[in-house]
Design a protein around this ligand. Structure first.
Ligand code: 3AM
Length: 481
């Protein structure tokens, strides 16, 4: 097989006239996969395969896949025409005109390979029926059976680099591992597909050496029950603004978290790309974040690591659904990494965490502080409220709650927004508002925004009534000083 490719390349490089070369020989296409015959005599199919689609057949049992689509069946229009030469009569009688199609978009090795079952009597992958007109993902070494699960006709070989190397069998059996989506404080995130349903997910691989190996009596390593409990809590959460944990696989080396795939990326990138979000967009995003945090706080879960990197967007539109991710994870991560960003400056951490050096347990008010910093930083000015660049160490500014609305864009920002930020960044946690109070703030009493959020969050009428009751009560009168 490799010989074929090398041979053609050599001929092409020797050719003095490339155009003559192209005319006299078909351009070689990228071979992205192969079908090896098992109980099928592919050798004889050399004549049955349409020459313009399949360039090489590998004597005696192999067919190269080098087109976006490859069809097989009894019909003459197929790329692989199955005849009595290839299959016993009993089986051939059960083969449909087009039995299955294998596809890889644009022949790109980074795209997944799909197999679609178009047969009446079934196409089977590793003994499982795909189902008429259904599609699933095909992976390296998958066995394709025709008409009956035991009639194994082909083995599929994927020629793309194997992203699944080192993944546990439970993961590989269920998911097709695709490209890297990014990497964060907890480890690498990959796009994966459920092999049976073709649904896309983001899989976060958290290496356990990132987690706290600790002197503490109970932690991720010595208390697997605790991990499972945590995972169960995460799996049972269901809110439109909380990233759904679809699956979790706990292994000695790593934890694999299969999460809802958010194609709009994270809020940090949205801010960087946009420089500044409009106040309306900021409000829509902030409201959804608050909704998520209220949902978590009502269930006694504190996020502890709210920051724009942990806020994911559903689409690239400005008006988009937003989801909070990575809640609860911070419990398992080395405390230093939660409190420090890449450049070593604590950005979103509440003063009480800094004051005790991360040794104490905190109330849910740490999330309110972080939300206040997120609102300041990302939504309204694109700058940070606390930074080492402002003359004194950021940690000192945080501990004293010293910040100013420096950036010129604040002149366009409403007083209500600024007043909410000031309340959320009060150093004393007991004086900081609860999430319910934040949700009732004047700034968020905005009917068009609520309408939009309701649509995005697909809130039921009853949920919305509750939301509106919170917002439609008359604002409290201000006392004159
Ligand atoms: O490395 P960057 O910042 O490009 O957006 C997240 C981040 O990308 C992405 O993985 C990286 C590390 O967190 N990510 C995390 N969870 C995701 C999800 N559920 C996700 N992308 C899509 N869906």
């Amino acid at each position: 097989m490799a010989k074929d490719t090398q041979g053609t390349q050599a001929t092409q490089s020797q050719a003095s006239n490339v155009w003559t070369q192209v005319e006299s020989q078909p351009m070689e296409k990228i071979v992205w996969g192969r079908l090896y015959g098992k109980n099928i005599k592919i050798k004889s199919l050399g004549t049955a395969i349409k020459q313009y689609k399949i360039i090489y057949t590998h004597s005696p049992f192999c067919v190269d896949l080098n087109n976006d689509e490859f069809s097989a069946g009894r019909g003459e229009a197929n790329d692989l025409i199955l005849t009595l030469n290839d299959l016993p009569e009993k089986i051939l009688a059960r083969i449909s005109k087009v039995h299955f199609i294998i596809k890889r978009a644009n022949c790109e090795l980074t795209n997944p390979v799909y197999i679609q079952d178009l047969s009446r009597n079934g196409t089977f992958v590793n003994g499982e029926k795909i189902g008429t007109n259904k599609t699933r993902i095909l992976q390296n070494d998958d066995i394709i059976a025709l008409a009956h699960p035991t009639y194994k006709a082909f083995v599929f070989k994927d020629l793309s680099p194997n992203e699944a190397i080192g993944m546990p069998a439970e993961i590989k059996d269920t998911y097709y591992i695709n490209r890297k989506l990014g990497s964060g404080a907890y480890g690498m995130v990959r796009l994966v597909y459920d092999r049976r349903t073709c649904e896309q997910f983001a899989m976060k691989v958290v290496k356990k050496n990132m987690l706290e190996v600790s002197a503490q009596p109970k932690n991720y390593f010595n208390d697997p029950e605790k991990v499972l409990n945590e995972a169960k809590i995460m799996k049972n959460l269901s809110h439109p603004c909380v990233v759904r944990m679809h699956d979790i696989v706990d292994k000695p080396e790593s934890v694999y978290m299969v999460l809802e795939f958010m194609r709009g990326g994270d809020l940090l990138h949205r801010i960087i790309d946009n420089k500044l979000l409009s106040e309306d967009t900021s409000k829509l995003y902030f409201y959804q974040m608050c909704h998520a945090v209220k949902y978590l706080h009502d269930r006694a879960i504190t996020h502890r690591d709210l920051k724009p990197d942990n806020v994911l967007l559903e689409s690239n539109d400005a008006d988009t659904l937003l989801k909070v991710s990575d809640f609860g994870l911070s419990k398992f991560v080395h405390k230093g990494s939660v409190m420090r960003t890449l450049c070593g400056t604590p950005l979103y951490v509440a003063p009480e965490v800094l004051i005790t050096g991360g040794r104490d347990s905190y109330t849910q008010k740490v999330d309110i502080w972080s939300l206040g910093v997120v609102l300041y930083t990302c939504s309204l000015s694109g700058t940070l409220p606390f930074s080492d660049e402002y003359g004194t160490p950021a940690a000192d500014q945080i501990k004293r709650g010293r910040f100013r609305f420096r950036h010129p864009s604040w002149q366009q920002t409403s007083q209500r927004a600024k007043s909410l930020i000031k309340q959320m960044l009060i150093v004393d946690p007991t004086k900081r508002p609860s999430i319910d109070a934040v949700l009732k703030s004047n700034w968020l009493r905005d009917a068009p925004m609520l309408q939009k959020a309701r649509k995005l969050m697909k809130l039921e009428e009853t949920d919305q009534e509750e939301v509106e009751n919170n917002f439609l009560e008359p604002p409290t009168k201000r006392r004159r000083c």
